[in-house]
Write a protein of this length. Sequence first.
Length: 229
Amino acid sequence: MVTAVNSDPDSVRIVIADDHALFRDGLRKLLQSEPGFEVVGEASNGEELLPLLRETRPDILLLDLSMPRQDGMEVLRELSTTDLSVRTLLLTASIEKAQIVRALKLGAYGVILKESTSQRLFDSIRCVMAGQFWVGRESVSDLVRALRSVSSPGEGAPRAKDFGLTPREMEIVTMVVAGYSNPDIAQRCSISEQTVKHHVSNIFDKLGVSNRLELALFAVNHRLTEAGS
């Protein structure tokens, strides 16, 4: 376990968790070469990670999926029971779609592959810091299909009417989850794109989500689109 003193209070504080020392060393140097990023800690296994996170209180955790003692999924499960507000990006050589879905459901903000360019890594961190999800090339509709495949039939309790959605809003939720863009929805519903944006904004407010991926995750977990699936 390695910790560092944060020299810039305005920088994005990052912890790296990976069991390969050479990879951590290279990643630390790469991140600290980018203005506004600072690595404040490193962990080589899952067991030492939680104490490190409590000590350093980072903004971002770059978490390897395969680590000794506690793997990335186990760390995410444990993190979900704490008061730590760190935003986690899985940093891995490979990952199955079902694993991405499980990670998102456990609180991860996304996945970045180790083969990605440095710019994609920087972009993913900034995206997550802005409160968005980073799922690489995966589309919302692809993730929804994977979500359905790993969700048990009994999951999700409240019906759609409990969230105050109108029939038109339910229709738009179904199309968003299916991967349609605002112009596509406008054409299919014979309404203006501005009206679609207004409906989507109302849906976000009613469901407490802030983007299309969050909406898709919410819709599947609460079976909002079950009738049309």
